[in-house]
Ligand binder design. Structure first.
Ligand code: GRG
Length: 297
């Protein structure tokens, strides 16, 4: 890997482009629906890492495309991710008070508006892709929309969330925990890479590589998240130890802390291996694989 590559600069540069595009795509907090729009904007601009949009961009660049070409799809991924966090924090789900270092959406705007802000962000994501993607073949756009919808729906993120709710306070196996996370968080991360590849005109072999890499980092991301819930500091921006308090099955609760960290490391190595056939344009993806398990938030 090119040793001069600087991942924080990469995140800052693309994060800024994503934020300014989000600002342009999202409706203004004025007019008849001002409060709803304000609530959508509150959570979108609360300072997340922008991991999923950066993954879309890094995947597109890895196969020779430009960030600009995939910016609407990158923003759409962040909108869906943000919707999932708003809904996940609701009293009927995780009932959390803090997200991204700020009071959760329903704490500020009330439950009804938080539900609607999530609904509106999810649907606006598809609108943004269709309305703002330039120069994409309509067939590719349809494929992208199908993939994102599937990754978000009942056999993707929403399914994983349901599996999570039904597993609460139960003893589940490592295989079941993996199923839960592959869907709840993994599918959206994986599809970010596939979308970047599809819009970046990846060939079938490149697409397969990106999907495999996405699957692996989706898993290591979740193990790292479980570890952070135990070891994280204030930077994490949400209530620490919340998994334990809610008696949630986690990798550390099943495997122990050290074994969980080792597993995350092994999966990261496999993720790096999966990229072998890609050239130096995939260096951002290589750096992200390491960042996912070393992050502090
Ligand atoms: C409500 C349909 C529905 C789904 C919710 C993804 C999800 C499903 C809930 C999120 C719960 C959670 C905190 C899971 C742990 C992994 C995770 C998604 C962490 C947050 O993602 P980051 O770290 O957050 O990328 P930022 O704030 O940086 O964007």
């Amino acid at each position: 890997m090119n040793s001069s590559f600087n991942l924080s600069e990469y995140f800052i540069q693309h994060g800024k482009a994503v934020e300014s595009a989000l600002d342009q795509y999202l409706p203004a907090a004025s007019g008849n629906f001002a409060k709803l729009h304000e609530s959508m904007r509150y959570s979108i601009f609360a300072g997340g890492k922008r991991l999923r949009p950066v993954l879309v961009i890094a995947a597109a660049e890895a196969v020779g495309a430009m960030a600009q070409e995939v910016l609407p799809a990158a923003c759409a991924m962040e909108m869906i991710h943000t919707y999932s966090l708003i809904h996940d924090d609701l009293p009927c789900m995780d009932d959390d008070d803090l997200r991204r270092g700020r009071p959760t959406n329903h704490r500020v705007y009330g439950e009804a508006l938080a539900v609607l802000a999530g609904d509106a962000l999810l649907t606006a994501a598809f609108e943004v892709i269709v309305r703002h993607s330039r120069g994409q073949d309509p067939k590719t756009l349809l494929k992208v929309i199908e993939k994102i919808a599937a990754a978000s729906g009942s056999e993707g993120m929403a399914g994983g969330q349901a599996f999570d709710l039904q597993s609460e306070k139960k003893k589940i196996s490592q295989a079941e925990l993996e199923t839960l996370h592959r869907h709840k968080t993994g599918k959206l991360i994986q599809v970010a890479l596939e979308v970047g590849g599809l819009m970046g005109k990846a060939n079938p072999q490149q697409l397969e590589i990106l999907a495999r890499y996405g699957e692996l980092i989706g898993l290591s991301f979740q193990i790292a998240d479980d570890v952070l819930d135990i070891e994280g500091g204030e930077e994490i921006g949400k209530d620490i130890g919340s998994d334990l308090a809610k008696e949630k099955a986690t990798y550390p609760s099943i495997l122990g802390l050290e074994k969980s960290k080792r597993l995350a490391q092994e999966i990261t190595e496999s993720a790096l291996q999966s990229l072998t056939a890609l050239d130096q344009r995939a260096d951002p993806l290589r750096a992200i694989a390491g960042f996912i398990i070393d992050r502090r938030s």
